[in-house]
Write a protein that binds this ligand. Structure first.
Ligand SMILES: Nc1nc2c(c(=O)[nH]1)N[C@H]1C(S)=C(S)[C@@H](COP(=O)(O)O)O[C@H]1N2
Ligand SMILES: [Mo]
Length: 208
């Protein structure tokens, strides 16, 4: 495959490659179905479920929220990895700190809801980590349509942050439209067709 590097000479970089993964310089596009069109007038970001009050934000409101940056290694279950990718967006912790989202004590899981009914599930504790972002920007620019414009969940590994749970890239929904906080876990689109529920990259939790 073009763009793959087969030798990782740098020992530090080698430690960042989980078992069964190969490095790529490219940024492959993977998803089911067509790329949705962004309609700013009808676009809403919602948070609902096990929260004190549901949240609804327009694109203008969402894009004026404080953003943070994070540099992460991406690991896709189809075996490509891409190091040092730069993301910018809103963290769930920011929504919590601003008091926009107040989880009820029973909230333990977050279901990301995207265009066309796509969903993906993660524990709330994982979505609150520094390696999960509600991303609006990649590499200093707004997301491209095929990578999730205008908003996506993105998850990766932050080098040296061994205490964090690291999950495969499919656990971030492109074209994200909302978060449902839930007391019970609920498998998403890929989990229902056999992808592993937990998706830990170091344990190679690819399929159930
Ligand atoms: N809405 C939506 N998001 C999705 C998917 C999808 O099918 N629909 N696929 C997931 C999968 S399987 C992967 S590997 C990543 C790929 O992200 P990328 O296209 O930016 O590389 O998106 C994830 N997010
Ligand atoms: Mo995937």
């Amino acid at each position: 495959m073009k763009g793959l590097m087969f030798n990782v000479n740098d020992k530090e970089a080698a430690k960042r490659i989980p078992p069964g993964q190969l490095l790529t310089q490219r940024f492959p596009v993977l998803h089911y179905g067509p790329v949705p069109k962004f309609d700013e007038k009808s676009w809403l970001f919602r948070v609902w479920g096990e929260v004190e009050a549901p949240l609804k934000m327009s694109w203008a409101e969402f894009s004026s929220l404080p953003r943070s940056k994070v540099k992460m290694d991406l690991h896709c279950v189809t075996t490509w990895s891409k190091l040092d990718t730069e993301w910018e967006g809103v963290s769930l912790n920011t929504l919590l700190e601003l008091g926009l989202v107040k989880p009820k004590p029973e909230a333990r899981f977050v279901i990301q809801h995207a265009e066309y009914g796509f969903t993906v599930n993660l524990p709330l504790a994982v979505v609150r980590q520094d390696n999960f972002l509600l991303a609006t920007h990649y590499d200093g620019k707004p997301l491209s349509p095929e990578h999730g414009y205008p908003l996506r969940g993105v998850c990766g590994a932050i080098p040296g942050r061994l205490e964090l749970k690291d999950v495969y890239l499919w656990k971030g929904a492109k074209w994200l439209r909302g978060l449902e906080l839930s007391a019970a876990d609920r498998p998403g689109f890929w989990e229902r067709v056999g992808y592993h529920n937990e998706a830990d990259i170091w344990l190679e939790q690819r399929r159930e």
